[in-house]
Design a protein around this ligand. Structure first.
Ligand SMILES: Nc1ncnc2c1ncn2[C@@H]1O[C@H](COP(=O)(O)OP(=O)(O)OP(=O)(O)O)[C@@H](O)[C@H]1O
Length: 264
């Protein structure tokens, strides 16, 4: 069967002889949550941008639901590291703008009800009529997350969406994200640097290595290994460390990052 999202032979080269990554192929099933982990500069954001249709690959193709991704679409919701909000609009209007683009026929009251629901979901009802400059970095990030969810895309692409959040908020939003994704059967591709976050959220974890000079010549970066998460899907943040298999999985990923992800 063809997967919901299919990535075939993707390469990106800024210098023809030294591609950042080459021959990257993988698939995501509908409703699957996949995280990608790798050191800075290996090309994770580039891959995510190609999946979003915001960047083009030097070689290879991406198909979603049987159609090639050739540009951005409201079928794919993206949450960036920086929150990318319109600074002159309130939280309500930032999200309403996206919702109106997605459903141009909706009446104002319907748009507003929808916006309020998603703002409540990320715990920001009290700040709904504030502008981004009046919010903390973490709050702005939550607005970005609410906006991506509000357009109910077929696929969510998340580039370290929780990086700027303090540990407590991060935990709460991880729980919320997990609950929504399970409930909506959302398909998610997420970049993270946090091994525990990947183990908590992902069904599978892609381990990506950096391009490197080796005795045999330059070796482009790529997906070195795909790790299936063996832990039960109803795992929780608090219970994660007690699950059999957790430490083996964690050690395996940390070992990859320490000794295999970069040539020494
Ligand atoms: N416009 C560009 N011109 C030349 N090189 C670029 C350009 N954009 C990105 N790169 C290089 O491509 C590589 C991959 O960048 P990318 O942002 O995808 O990495 P990343 O794995 O997401 O890193 P991080 O974890 O730090 O966000 C980096 O080495 C970067 O220097």
């Amino acid at each position: 069967m063809t997967p919901f999202l299919k990535i075939e032979g993707l390469s990106k080269a800024y210098h023809p002889a030294r591609p950042v990554f080459a021959n990257v192929s993988f698939g995501l099933e509908r409703g699957e949550f996949v995280c990608i982990i790798g050191h800075s500069g290996c090309g994770k954001t580039t891959i995510l941008n190609v999946l979003a249709g915001l960047d083009t690959a030097t070689a290879g193709h991406v198909f979603m639901d049987g159609r090639e991704v050739l540009g951005p679409s409201l079928e794919r919701g993206v949450v960036f590291q920086g929150h990318a909000l319109m600074p002159w609009l309130t939280v309500r209007k930032n999200i309403a703008f996206a919702v109106e683009s997605r459903w141009p026929d909706w009446k104002a009251a319907q748009v507003n009800e929808h916006v309020e629901k998603y703002v409540a979901l990320v715990g920001l009802s009290h700040a709904i009529d504030k502008k981004p400059s009046q919010l903390s970095g973490g709050m702005k990030q939550r607005v970005g997350i609410a906006r991506a969810f509000a357009i109910q895309p077929k696929m969510l692409l998340l580039d370290e969406p929780f990086g700027a959040l303090d540990a407590l908020t991060r935990g709460t939003i991880q729980d919320e994200l997990m609950a929504i994704v399970r409930q909506t059967q959302q398909t998610v591709f997420m970049i993270t640097h946090d091994v525990d976050e990947a183990i908590l959220l992902a069904d599978r974890i892609l381990l990506m290595s950096n391009g490197a000079d080796t005795p045999a010549g330059y070796r482009p970066g790529g997906i070195t290994e795909v790790v299936a998460n063996p832990l039960p899907r109803d795992r929780t943040r608090a219970g994660l460390h007690h699950l059999p298999g957790y430490y083996e999985l964690r050690n395996h990923i940390v070992d990859f990052l320490v000794s295999r992800a970069k040539a020494h």
